[in-house]
Design a protein around this ligand. Sequence first.
Ligand SMILES: Nc1nc2c(ncn2[C@@H]2O[C@H](COP(=O)(O)OP(=O)(O)OP(=O)(O)O)[C@@H](O)[C@H]2O)c(=O)[nH]1
Ligand SMILES: [Mg+2]
Length: 443
Amino acid sequence: MSNVIIALATPPLKSALAMIRLSGEGVFEMTDTLFSKKVSETKQRTIYFGTIRDEGEDIDQVCLYAYKGPNTMTGEDVVEISCHGSMVIVNQIVEAYLKRGATYATRGEFSSRAFFNGKMDLIEAESVNDMINARTKEAKNVSLMSLEGKTSKLVAPLKKKIADLLSLVEVNIDYPEYTDIEEVNKETISCAVDEIHKMLATLIKSGREGKIIKDGVKVAIVGEPNVGKSSLLNALLKEEKAIVSPIPGTTRDVVEGDINLRGVEFHLLDTAGIHESTDFIESQGIERSEKMMAQADMIILVVDGSKGLSEFDQKIISSVENQILITVYNKADLITEKNEGVLYISALKQNIQPLLERMFDSLGISGEESFATPSLNSARQLGLLKRIDEVLLKAKKDANNDLPIDLISVNLQAAYNLARELLGEGVTMDLTDEIFSRFCVGK
Ligand SMILES: Nc1nc2c(ncn2[C@@H]2O[C@H](COP(=O)(O)OP(=O)(O)OP(=O)(O)O)[C@@H](O)[C@H]2O)c(=O)[nH]1
Ligand SMILES: [Mg+2]
């Protein structure tokens, strides 16, 4: 069976042009059987203008780009066809190739082939998807640094440090009789682990910042009925998106909208006021609010400033553990006496600047340089960094407890393998399938 894969790389919609992409051994010869020009003799890269034909019928006049492997995105021979953007044409061309033995590409299969053919490491391959999904210029820039290989370069020093420690320990296990090698003891291990731990802490911090820039922040606006949550959403969006009324229980469904604050996208969710309710629809809304709150990165608890913190508000405050919580006193226009250190706003009067500042500041982004620094920022990369830290700290603890050196070595080896996994070295097919399945078809 041929290993040629095919996919429409542009959206399946009527447009001026559409791009069909193919990759695999034999794709040039396959193309020769349906194209008016001979492409199988392409040496490097050539653009052809000609007609695609199948069973004696002309399908379309196209520009056909032939790229000879291995200097291609996938490392294989690649053909890209730029045809007129009607789905009839696209379907006919795809059908013509399928008849000749090509198969539909699965999600991310082009990138996965690039990875397995050594054209890019896993960090670079992941960034392809991030580039496509970028919703802000800043998010795109962070991903571009990964695509260009700048992020992958962060891994080498980390790997080296772990390897140095590991080899020192190994040499002491294998050649304990040698007197001219540095003897490993708990102090050396402790010191080396501390140094790597510091390195990891910096990587994790900038990774978290990068993640925020790349993925944005999910914000749940919560509070009791009638405190002004929907008014606040509208003020933040500068648009009358949610219905506002003096009747408590106005919002039933979650209302959403996005804003961009200094390059970070905040995905806002206005929720139903939470309280005891016997109304079926309202109860459903409240349930959704609680769900939204659990999924959010940031919670804005809106309090009616003219009444102060309620028992309910206290409950919310004590229930939030791993998220950013901002308590904001709304309806400041009704308050004459204000307390120090309290964040007052008036959604009605569009006076929300202090909140906007707090929202950005609470992300803890170090400064402008965070937007221009490469970072290991995907959930997979951050997860690996944390696991490396855990096993190294375990090794240090074992060393301090005078455990045998070969036991310590097991954890150091694990840390080294996890560091290799960052770039995709030594990872299994299952793992990469899992990663690439999140991609678009055609990428
Ligand atoms: N004076 C004053 N009134 C406000 C302010 N913000 C909101 N309100 C009023 O408070 C009432 C409730 O506002 P909403 O925004 O609907 O409140 P909510 O929290 O979304 O209410 P539910 O959806 O019922 O949970 C409306 O009459 C608003 O005009 C404010 O800053 N000052
Ligand atoms: Mg509301």
